[in-house]
Design a protein around this ligand. Structure first.
Ligand code: CA2
Length: 152
């Protein structure tokens, strides 16, 4: 039997607060609910997910570096680090793994400082503005990308 695809899901700073504050911006779905939905979606597609959240940039970088050894791809919502973190970008690039960037809100429809992402140009693609569904769409896109690479 083929090895399951393993995917690292990375949630950046403050995303542990999902569902508790600012529901008008980020929705009412909690992070454990998002992770459970992703795990179910992954399982149906034969993929195993490891979901991590941290409020610490260095911890996220450690997780991305370690993923090189076991994961086939990375689904990431870098949170506020999207707009600030060259080190997280460097780690994602250094992993050599395909990355899909997701955001709950539409970062292009918000404050000007959110319109630039340090991650987007090292990602295969970006899904932004669909609430919790951004994660579902992002995982679908990442799995599709990996499948197309496997079959060529
Ligand atoms: O829309 C997204 O997913 C963001 O990545 C969320 C980040 C924000 O800095 C980005 O510009 C866009 C913020 C995550 C904070 O999440 C909270 C959730 C609930 C309550 C407060 C913050």
């Amino acid at each position: 039997m083929a090895e399951p695809l393993r995917i690292l899901v990375v949630h950046g700073p403050n995303l542990n607060l999902l569902g508790t504050r600012e529901p008008e911006v980020y929705g009412r779905t909690t992070l454990p609910e998002i992770d459970a939905l992703l795990a179910e979606q992954g399982k149906a597609a034969g993929a195993e997910l490891r979901c991590v959240q941290s409020n610490h940039e260095g911890e996220l970088i450690d997780q991305v570096q370690a993923a090189r050894g076991w994961a086939a791809g990375i689904l990431v919502n870098p949170g506020g680090l999207t707009h600030t973190s060259v080190p997280l970008r460097d780690a994602l690039l250094a992993s050599g793994l395909p990355v899909v960037e997701v955001h709950l809100s539409n970062i292009f429809a918000r404050e000007p400082f959110r319109r630039h992402s340090y991650v987007s140009d090292v990602a295969v693609g970006v899904v932004t503005g669909f609430g919790a569904a951004s994660y579902r769409l992002g995982l679908e896109a990442l799995l599709g990308h990996l499948a197309s690479r496997r079959s060529t």
